[in-house]
Write a protein that binds this ligand. Structure first.
Ligand code: ZN
Length: 161
């Protein structure tokens, strides 16, 4: 069976930062990833590369930021008054915090702390990175009607309701 729109695909994968060579994530010794093809469950560059592949296929894919987590945006880095964090016991660089905004919760990383201000970065941690994936296609099946309605995979390794 071939990977196409509305197929449920199981892959083993490894992804490294193409610039530094650092391992970002891997399904080795873990459950493989199961996703619904064509439903934007995975980043566009990887989904595109998997289109038309067969069970057993192994591929190396380089994905540019534009087809992964987007470019880094400087305007996503902001300084906020230290007072905004006064209810937290401590604030230090590297901490992940969630800010409530009119658009809903936003995940931020604290990058700098001074006496009066805290600098926070709302970019996705992988924004601006070119990613090198190594992928093996483990299985491909048709999605059920229910899975198509929900836009994600159900069952043992997929979404549990
Ligand atoms: Zn569902």
């Amino acid at each position: 069976m071939t990977i196409a729109q509305d197929k449920v695909v199981t892959i083993h994968y490894k992804v490294v930062d193409s610039e530094s060579g650092d391992l970002i994530d891997s399904s080795e010794n873990k459950q493989p990833m199961v996703y619904l093809h064509g439903a934007q469950n995975i980043i566009p560059g990887l989904e595109k590369a998997l289109e038309g592949k067969q069970i057993g296929a192994e591929l190396d894919v380089r994905v540019a930021p534009e087809e992964a987590y987007g470019p880094r945006r400087d305007e996503q880095v902001q300084q906020v008054p230290r007072d905004a964090f006064k209810e937290m016991e401590k604030v230090e660089p590297g901490m992940a915090v969630t800010a409530q905004t009119e658009q809903g919760p936003v995940n931020l990383i604290v990058t700098e702390v001074s006496e009066a201000t805290v600098t926070v970065d709302a970019n996705h941690p992988l924004a601006g990175k070119t990613l090198d994936f190594s992928v093996k296609v483990e299985s491909v099946r048709d999605a059920s009607e229910e899975e198509l309605q929900h836009g994600h995979v159900h069952g043992p390794k997929g979404h549990e309701h």
